[in-house]
Ligand binder design. Structure first.
Ligand code: CA
Length: 237
Protein backbone atom coordinates (compact mmCIF):
# COMPACT_ATOMS: atom_id res chain seq x y z
CA UNK A 1 0.00 0.00 0.00
CA UNK A 2 1.25 3.44 -0.86
CA UNK A 3 0.40 5.80 1.92
CA UNK A 4 -0.34 9.43 1.30
CA UNK A 5 0.10 12.29 3.74
CA UNK A 6 -2.93 12.35 5.97
CA UNK A 7 -1.93 15.21 8.18
CA UNK A 8 -2.52 18.41 6.29
CA UNK A 9 -6.23 18.37 5.82
CA UNK A 10 -6.31 16.71 2.42
CA UNK A 11 -9.16 14.38 1.58
CA UNK A 12 -8.07 10.79 2.06
CA UNK A 13 -9.01 8.54 -0.87
CA UNK A 14 -8.70 4.76 -1.11
CA UNK A 15 -8.09 3.73 -4.70
CA UNK A 16 -8.99 0.07 -5.30
CA UNK A 17 -7.65 -0.84 -8.72
CA UNK A 18 -5.70 -3.87 -9.93
CA UNK A 19 -4.65 -2.41 -13.29
CA UNK A 20 -1.22 -0.88 -12.59
CA UNK A 21 -1.38 1.65 -15.45
CA UNK A 22 -4.87 2.89 -14.52
CA UNK A 23 -3.88 3.03 -10.86
CA UNK A 24 -0.69 4.99 -11.59
CA UNK A 25 -2.48 7.62 -13.66
CA UNK A 26 -5.31 7.97 -11.13
CA UNK A 27 -2.80 8.19 -8.30
CA UNK A 28 -0.80 10.91 -10.08
CA UNK A 29 -3.88 12.83 -11.17
CA UNK A 30 -5.61 12.78 -7.79
CA UNK A 31 -2.42 13.65 -5.92
CA UNK A 32 -1.85 16.59 -8.29
CA UNK A 33 -5.40 17.75 -7.56
CA UNK A 34 -4.63 17.82 -3.85
CA UNK A 35 -6.05 14.51 -2.65
CA UNK A 36 -4.22 12.11 -0.37
CA UNK A 37 -4.42 8.68 -2.03
CA UNK A 38 -3.78 5.14 -0.77
CA UNK A 39 -3.73 2.49 -3.47
CA UNK A 40 -4.58 -1.20 -3.08
CA UNK A 41 -4.96 -3.77 -5.83
CA UNK A 42 -7.33 -6.36 -4.35
CA UNK A 43 -10.67 -6.68 -2.63
CA UNK A 44 -9.15 -8.19 0.49
CA UNK A 45 -6.71 -5.31 0.96
CA UNK A 46 -9.53 -2.82 0.33
CA UNK A 47 -11.57 -4.39 3.15
CA UNK A 48 -8.50 -4.30 5.41
CA UNK A 49 -7.92 -0.60 4.65
CA UNK A 50 -11.55 0.22 5.41
CA UNK A 51 -11.27 -1.58 8.75
CA UNK A 52 -7.99 0.16 9.63
CA UNK A 53 -7.74 2.76 12.42
CA UNK A 54 -7.53 5.52 9.77
CA UNK A 55 -10.20 4.58 7.26
CA UNK A 56 -10.46 6.49 3.97
CA UNK A 57 -12.98 9.29 3.45
CA UNK A 58 -13.93 8.21 -0.06
CA UNK A 59 -13.44 4.85 -1.83
CA UNK A 60 -12.90 4.53 -5.57
CA UNK A 61 -13.76 0.93 -6.34
CA UNK A 62 -12.93 -0.88 -9.56
CA UNK A 63 -15.43 -3.70 -10.11
CA UNK A 64 -13.05 -6.10 -11.84
CA UNK A 65 -10.65 -7.24 -9.12
CA UNK A 66 -8.45 -10.34 -9.11
CA UNK A 67 -9.52 -11.89 -5.81
CA UNK A 68 -13.16 -10.90 -5.28
CA UNK A 69 -15.99 -9.46 -7.31
CA UNK A 70 -16.12 -5.69 -6.84
CA UNK A 71 -19.84 -5.88 -6.13
CA UNK A 72 -19.12 -8.20 -3.22
CA UNK A 73 -16.45 -5.77 -1.96
CA UNK A 74 -18.99 -2.94 -2.22
CA UNK A 75 -21.60 -4.94 -0.32
CA UNK A 76 -19.16 -5.83 2.46
CA UNK A 77 -17.88 -2.28 2.86
CA UNK A 78 -21.43 -0.99 3.02
CA UNK A 79 -22.35 -3.60 5.64
CA UNK A 80 -19.95 -1.94 8.08
CA UNK A 81 -19.51 1.72 7.09
CA UNK A 82 -21.12 4.69 5.34
CA UNK A 83 -17.88 5.81 3.65
CA UNK A 84 -18.87 7.12 0.21
CA UNK A 85 -18.10 4.62 -2.55
CA UNK A 86 -17.65 5.62 -6.18
CA UNK A 87 -17.70 2.55 -8.38
CA UNK A 88 -15.32 2.87 -11.31
CA UNK A 89 -15.99 0.38 -14.05
CA UNK A 90 -15.44 -0.38 -17.69
CA UNK A 91 -18.99 -1.71 -17.68
CA UNK A 92 -21.40 1.12 -18.34
CA UNK A 93 -24.75 -0.53 -18.83
CA UNK A 94 -27.69 0.34 -16.66
CA UNK A 95 -27.92 -3.08 -15.00
CA UNK A 96 -24.42 -2.71 -13.57
CA UNK A 97 -25.19 0.80 -12.36
CA UNK A 98 -28.38 -0.34 -10.67
CA UNK A 99 -26.66 -3.32 -9.05
CA UNK A 100 -23.88 -1.06 -7.74
CA UNK A 101 -26.45 1.34 -6.31
CA UNK A 102 -28.45 -1.45 -4.75
CA UNK A 103 -25.26 -2.54 -3.03
CA UNK A 104 -24.87 0.94 -1.58
CA UNK A 105 -22.49 2.71 -3.95
CA UNK A 106 -22.92 6.49 -4.00
CA UNK A 107 -21.88 7.12 -7.57
CA UNK A 108 -20.73 5.27 -10.66
CA UNK A 109 -18.11 6.35 -13.14
CA UNK A 110 -17.47 4.58 -16.45
CA UNK A 111 -13.91 4.19 -17.77
CA UNK A 112 -12.28 6.03 -19.39
CA UNK A 113 -12.84 9.20 -17.41
CA UNK A 114 -10.97 12.45 -16.90
CA UNK A 115 -9.30 13.41 -13.64
CA UNK A 116 -11.34 16.58 -13.31
CA UNK A 117 -14.57 14.65 -13.65
CA UNK A 118 -13.38 12.15 -11.04
CA UNK A 119 -12.38 14.97 -8.67
CA UNK A 120 -15.79 16.63 -9.16
CA UNK A 121 -17.57 13.35 -8.36
CA UNK A 122 -15.45 12.89 -5.23
CA UNK A 123 -16.28 16.38 -4.01
CA UNK A 124 -19.96 15.85 -4.83
CA UNK A 125 -20.27 12.61 -2.84
CA UNK A 126 -18.43 14.21 0.07
CA UNK A 127 -20.76 17.19 -0.02
CA UNK A 128 -23.81 15.00 -0.15
CA UNK A 129 -22.74 12.63 2.59
CA UNK A 130 -21.01 15.01 4.98
CA UNK A 131 -22.97 18.25 4.77
CA UNK A 132 -26.21 18.46 6.70
CA UNK A 133 -29.02 17.40 4.37
CA UNK A 134 -30.19 20.39 2.40
CA UNK A 135 -33.93 20.08 2.57
CA UNK A 136 -36.78 22.50 2.62
CA UNK A 137 -37.88 21.19 6.03
CA UNK A 138 -37.78 23.78 8.79
CA UNK A 139 -34.25 24.09 10.17
CA UNK A 140 -35.57 24.17 13.71
CA UNK A 141 -37.23 20.78 13.36
CA UNK A 142 -33.98 18.82 13.58
CA UNK A 143 -35.87 15.64 14.37
CA UNK A 144 -39.01 15.05 12.38
CA UNK A 145 -41.45 12.51 13.79
CA UNK A 146 -43.81 10.71 11.48
CA UNK A 147 -45.76 8.16 13.45
CA UNK A 148 -43.25 5.63 14.76
CA UNK A 149 -40.51 7.05 12.56
CA UNK A 150 -38.05 9.76 13.67
CA UNK A 151 -35.81 11.42 11.08
CA UNK A 152 -32.86 13.45 12.35
CA UNK A 153 -31.52 15.45 9.40
CA UNK A 154 -28.61 17.01 11.28
CA UNK A 155 -27.28 13.66 12.43
CA UNK A 156 -28.58 11.82 9.33
CA UNK A 157 -30.12 9.16 11.54
CA UNK A 158 -33.44 7.38 11.44
CA UNK A 159 -35.16 5.65 14.33
CA UNK A 160 -38.20 3.39 14.18
CA UNK A 161 -39.88 2.77 17.54
CA UNK A 162 -36.69 4.11 19.13
CA UNK A 163 -34.43 1.63 17.32
CA UNK A 164 -31.86 3.08 14.93
CA UNK A 165 -32.26 1.95 11.34
CA UNK A 166 -28.95 1.74 9.46
CA UNK A 167 -29.60 3.44 6.15
CA UNK A 168 -26.95 4.26 3.56
CA UNK A 169 -26.42 7.95 2.82
CA UNK A 170 -28.50 7.68 -0.34
CA UNK A 171 -31.32 5.75 1.34
CA UNK A 172 -31.41 8.43 4.00
CA UNK A 173 -31.61 11.17 1.38
CA UNK A 174 -34.49 9.44 -0.42
CA UNK A 175 -36.42 8.95 2.81
CA UNK A 176 -35.72 12.50 4.01
CA UNK A 177 -36.84 13.89 0.68
CA UNK A 178 -40.15 11.99 0.79
CA UNK A 179 -40.56 13.07 4.42
CA UNK A 180 -40.33 16.74 3.52
CA UNK A 181 -43.96 16.48 2.55
CA UNK A 182 -45.48 13.26 3.94
CA UNK A 183 -48.27 12.00 1.72
CA UNK A 184 -47.21 14.07 -1.29
CA UNK A 185 -46.25 12.09 -4.37
CA UNK A 186 -42.72 12.60 -5.69
CA UNK A 187 -41.95 11.54 -9.22
CA UNK A 188 -38.98 9.23 -9.79
CA UNK A 189 -37.29 11.94 -11.84
CA UNK A 190 -37.77 14.46 -9.02
CA UNK A 191 -36.22 12.01 -6.54
CA UNK A 192 -33.31 11.35 -8.91
CA UNK A 193 -32.66 15.03 -9.44
CA UNK A 194 -32.90 15.85 -5.76
CA UNK A 195 -30.89 12.97 -4.34
CA UNK A 196 -28.43 12.22 -7.17
CA UNK A 197 -28.15 15.73 -8.56
CA UNK A 198 -28.68 14.52 -12.11
CA UNK A 199 -25.79 12.02 -12.16
CA UNK A 200 -28.04 9.11 -13.06
CA UNK A 201 -29.43 9.97 -16.43
CA UNK A 202 -32.51 7.91 -17.07
CA UNK A 203 -31.77 5.31 -14.43
CA UNK A 204 -35.10 5.61 -12.65
CA UNK A 205 -34.75 1.96 -11.57
CA UNK A 206 -32.17 3.34 -9.16
CA UNK A 207 -34.97 5.00 -7.21
CA UNK A 208 -36.96 1.77 -7.06
CA UNK A 209 -33.91 -0.11 -5.81
CA UNK A 210 -33.41 2.38 -2.98
CA UNK A 211 -37.10 2.41 -2.10
CA UNK A 212 -37.03 -1.39 -1.92
CA UNK A 213 -34.01 -1.28 0.40
CA UNK A 214 -35.60 1.32 2.68
CA UNK A 215 -38.87 -0.63 2.89
CA UNK A 216 -36.96 -3.77 3.81
CA UNK A 217 -35.03 -1.99 6.54
CA UNK A 218 -38.18 -0.36 7.93
CA UNK A 219 -39.83 -3.78 7.91
CA UNK A 220 -43.03 -2.64 6.19
CA UNK A 221 -43.52 -1.80 2.52
CA UNK A 222 -46.39 0.53 3.48
CA UNK A 223 -43.90 3.17 4.66
CA UNK A 224 -43.30 4.11 1.06
CA UNK A 225 -46.29 3.75 -1.22
CA UNK A 226 -45.84 3.39 -4.96
CA UNK A 227 -48.23 5.52 -6.96
CA UNK A 228 -48.66 3.65 -10.21
CA UNK A 229 -47.15 5.45 -13.17
CA UNK A 230 -46.16 8.46 -11.05
CA UNK A 231 -43.71 7.84 -8.22
CA UNK A 232 -43.64 7.40 -4.46
CA UNK A 233 -45.02 8.95 -1.34
CA UNK A 234 -44.34 8.47 2.33
CA UNK A 235 -47.06 6.45 4.04
CA UNK A 236 -47.61 5.61 7.69
CA UNK A 237 -48.46 1.97 8.28
CA1 CA B 1 -9.73 -4.17 -12.86
Amino acid sequence: MQTGDRHNGRVHILLVEDDAAVAASSLDGLTALGFSVDHVGSGASALAAVASPVPPEVILLDLGLPDMDGQEVCRRIRATTDIPIIVVSARGDETDRVIALELGADDYLVKPFGMRELAARIRAVMRRTQAPATTSAPATAAVQEIGRLAIDRRAQRVHLDGEEIALTAKEFDVLAYLAEDPGAVRRRTEILEHVWEGHWYGATKTVDAHVAAIRKKLGDAAWIEAVRGVGFRLGSP
